[in-house]
Design a protein around this ligand. Structure first.
Ligand SMILES: Nc1ncnc2c1ncn2[C@@H]1O[C@H](COP(=O)(O)OP(=O)(O)OP(=O)(O)O)[C@@H](O)[C@H]1O
Length: 347
């Protein structure tokens, strides 16, 4: 495999003029500005092989967009090195533009008042795509993204999902080797999200287009990426598989048991009337009750599921039991909130 993105110790520092409070403070800030440094990206190293589909995630302000802007050549790095498709982005922006496609979920590169097809035609000229290639690509994209019904509609009248499909088509007209997507499914309904994910999957497997996407939607990551990179405060905290994250931090499972009504009535209750399970094993917590259902949280390594079912079965008559694995979404939230990865930075 050969790398399409090679980043070594990349950093970006923004210098902001700090405004002092009050009118006089404002005047002093103009005459004698006090600078505040924002370390948006700090020592980021990343290697992405051709054909990979990789998810870049992190809380708001983590440095994701700044990293992408440096990878596209929009921003000059403050330190470190970066090569995309063999080019230094900031020095070879034009050449790089022919090799990459960019989609920002919150912004559009389409012309608001023009019909979608006119925007696509204009972009064909900007990217210098030959007419025959344009027609072939457009026909393919129309079919895969189902654009036909609204090609002649002005962009401002498109639904968010239609506009996003239009934007993705616009970014792919010149057949880039690498596609950056910043929040591609933001604000879309379930059906529209599924459609975009399916398209990206096909693009990656059939055309071998390398895809780097940033998202807050963990379902995007689970559906699309084998590999994910977590960044926070400009640092890389994790680089590995979704499965690894699950295995390391997602070991709390949930047992949901439905009890026989008679068994439920025999159980002791606290002052608020909530069911109590005396002598619960130390690693198990009763987290919720609702009618005949109880939720027991337990650690996969500390107590095997069958032992817990056996323990419970000896005390109450069970009608049904199911198990729930934690959602990746909640694992990631825990990682951010509890700084779980802070001391486990991977290379
Ligand atoms: N042009 C700029 N000038 C000054 N500070 C900036 C600039 N752009 C970004 N920052 C700061 O750099 C940090 C990283 O911002 P960035 O937009 O890269 O985060 P992000 O991970 O993309 O966040 P989000 O998920 O909210 O889009 C933030 O503290 C932000 O305020």
């Amino acid at each position: 495999m050969s790398a399409i993105i090679e980043i070594e110790h990349l950093s970006k520092v923004f210098r902001l003029a700090k405004r002092r409070p009050g009118f006089l403070g404002g005047l002093r800030s103009i005459v004698n500005p006090e600078l505040q440094l924002v370390h948006a990206v700090q020592g980021l190293s990343l290697r992405v092989e051709r054909g990979e589909m990789i998810g870049l995630i992190g809380p708001n302000g983590a440095g994701k967009s700044t990293s992408i802007k440096m990878m596209t050549g929009i921003l000059q790095p403050s330190g470190g090195s970066i090569r995309v498709a063999g080019l230094v982005p900031i020095e070879r922006r034009r050449e790089l533009a022919a090799k990459i496609g960019v989609v920002f979920g919150q912004r559009s590169q389409l012309w608001w008042d023009l019909p979608l097809i006119d925007s696509l035609r204009l972009l064909r000229h900007l990217y210098r795509v030959p007419e025959t290639r344009f027609r072939t690509n457009l026909a393919q994209l129309c079919e895969l993204l189902d654009l036909k019904a609204f090609l002649d509609t002005p962009v401002r009248q498109l639904s968010l999902g239609q506009r996003m499909r239009g934007d993705i088509a616009a970014a792919l007209l010149h057949e880039p080797e690498l596609l950056y997507l910043d929040e591609p499914t933001i604000g879309l309904d379930v059906v529209a999200k599924a459609r975009i994910r399916e398209f990206l999957q096909r693009l990656n497997t059939e055309r071998r287009t390398t895809i780097l996407l940033t998202t807050h939607d963990m379902d995007d990551i689970e559906a699309l990426c084998q590999r994910m990179v977590i960044i926070d405060h400009g640092h890389k905290l994790y680089d590995g598989t979704v499965t690894e994250i699950r295995n390391t931090f997602g070991k709390d499972r949930m047992l949901i048991a439905v009890l026989e009504q008679s068994a439920l009535q025999q159980l002791p209750r606290d002052e608020a009337g909530e069911v109590l399970l005396p002598d619960l094993p130390a690693q198990v917590q009763l987290v919720r009750t609702d009618g005949p259902q109880i939720w027991l949280q337990f650690h996969r390594d500390a107590m095997p599921a069958h032992e817990l079912v056996a323990w419970l079965g000896q005390r109450v008559t069970l009608r049904d039991v199911t198990f729930q694995e934690p959602e990746i979404e909640s694992i990631i939230r825990r990682i951010y909130e509890e700084d779980l990865l802070l001391h486990q930075v991977t290379a």
